[in-house]
Ligand binder design. Structure first.
Ligand SMILES: Cc1ncc(C[n+]2csc(CCOP(=O)(O)OP(=O)(O)O)c2C)c(N)n1
Ligand SMILES: [Mg+2]
Length: 419
């Protein structure tokens, strides 16, 4: 029974009223006529999209005609030499870190071989007070962002050597986040960072680098949606290295490109970039950052690259992909093409290369020496497990810290505060 005091009719009352109403009958017959009139009213295109792919430097080292003019000039060449040096440093570091794992000096290590142009391009485009959030593989970006690059390398080794202080000190001079191993969870953090920037009306941007595999997780889509709705200053860089451990890209998404995942969330600027082309990576990131700074909201960049090494030192990629596939991918890798270009325009030669390799080895050895010194002479205390996560330790963790201290065999009371 309907409540007499209830001003609203019940659903069944409305239904009866409508179906008996001559007005409703007319509406229905007009609708039927409209349907019969056909496609014009029933099938209208109300949205469409296309994804642009950006590449300026091809695998043979040829610069595209539509590349920004600066790269054909002296100052552009000097910039490219700097990026090349950065990428070689990354490659030398990568090989050394993998070897340190083989000799038991660090626990595990995820190689970035073949992906150097992504991190170098992205980090070079960012301003100092922008905030970078990465996964565990973007060593190049982290090294590039640190004023003290040897120290950044030492930090990365500390992280993979199981020393929490590597996380704390990484990006010491920036507000960048520690590396994130839990897949895609940092996308939500990136939204929080960008939201704070927007609320505070800061002229800063958050940059979130994630993997192709990460896009299978809901976190990514929630983050893109939130960023789009609130027009956040946030740049997503999907590092599509074709694999999520053993799972190939085609098992991550049925979409033709990963860039278009942003379209569904309403992100206005979604681009695919040749991630082995540092010029394209830099230029597209600059454009995305400018858009974010001028209030035009988020961007999704898909960087097409290839993980030349195994997932980590604990993985053997030859079990799930062929040697031919890897050899083919090697032809496209980022360092060869840039070196070819630099040699062709006459700003690089074999002598420069030999000197650079030697310099990079020395710098990496310096970082390794510092790492060894810290773990041998200033080992971490049990406190280090707790103190890096929160500005103020929550009560529950305080309790656990006390228990851990009581059970710890650690006799070192000295706290390491950095060099
Ligand atoms: C939440 C979560 N689930 C599973 C894992 C295990 N895991 C580690 S790496 C990885 C694959 C990630 O692939 P992708 O996002 O493509 O990054 P890539 O390793 O290629 O850089 C997975 C599933 C994890 N670290 N976190
Ligand atoms: Mg991947």
């Amino acid at each position: 029974m309907a409540d007499k005091n209830d001003p609203y009719p019940s659903f069944s009352q409305i239904h009866i009223h409508l179906s008996m109403s001559p007005v409703w009958d007319r509406v229905l017959s007009e609708r039927a006529l409209e349907i019969r009139k056909g496609e014009k009213t029933m099938k209208r295109e109300i949205a469409k999209f296309s994804i642009q792919k950006v590449e300026y430097l091809d695998p043979s080292g040829n610069l595209a005609e539509d590349a920004p003019a600066v790269y054909g000039a002296v100052e552009g060449h000097a910039q490219l030499v700097e990026w090349y040096k950065m990428m070689v440093l990354g490659r030398v570091f990568d090989a050394k870190a993998s070897n340190l794992q083989k000799t038991g000096q660090i626990g595990t290590y995820p190689s970035m071989e073949g992906q150097e142009a992504v991190g170098t391009g992205v980090a070079s485009a960012m301003e100092d007070d922008d905030v970078l959030l990465t996964t565990y593989r973007e060593h190049d970006a982290r090294i590039r962002r640190d004023e003290e690059q040897e120290e950044a390398m030492t930090n990365i080794l500390l992280c993979w050597g199981g020393d929490e202080r590597g996380h704390k000190r990484a990006g010491r001079n920036r507000k960048d986040f520690p590396l994130c191993i839990t897949i895609a969870t940092h996308c939500g953090h990136a939204v929080g960072v960008a939201m704070a920037m927007k609320i505070r009306k800061e002229n800063r941007v958050a940059v979130c680098m994630l993997g192709d595999g990460a896009t299978s997780k809901g976190d990514v889509h929630e983050a893109m949606n939130w960023a789009s709705v609130w027009r956040l200053p946030l740049v997503f860089v999907i590092v599509n290295n074709q694999y999520a451990i053993s799972q190939p890209r085609k098992l991550q998404s049925g979409a033709e490109t990963l860039a278009q995942l942003g379209v569904g969330a309403g992100v206005q600027f979604c681009k695919q970039v040749d991630g082995n082309d540092v010029i394209a990576m830099y230029e597209v990131t600059v454009e995305a950052l400018e858009r974010a700074r001028s209030g035009q909201g988020p961007t999704v960049i898909e960087a097409l690259t290839y993980r030349l090494g195994s997932h980590t030192t604990a993985d053997d990629a030859s079990r799930y992909r062929s040697a031919e596939e890897v050899e083919e991918a090697r032809k496209n890798e980022p360092l060869i093409r840039l070196r070819l270009f630099l040699e062709r325009v006459g700003v690089w030669n074999e002598t420069n290369e030999v000197a650079l390799q030697a310099e990079c080895k020395e710098r990496v050895e310096g970082a390794v020496k510092a790492y060894r010194n810290i773990i041998e002479n200033h080992p971490q205390t049990v406190d280090d497990m707790f103190v890096h996560m929160h500005a103020k330790l929550p009560a529950t963790l305080k309790e656990q810290l006390e228990i851990a201290r009581a059970f710890s065999l650690d006799t070192t009371k000295e706290e390491y505060h950095g060099s």
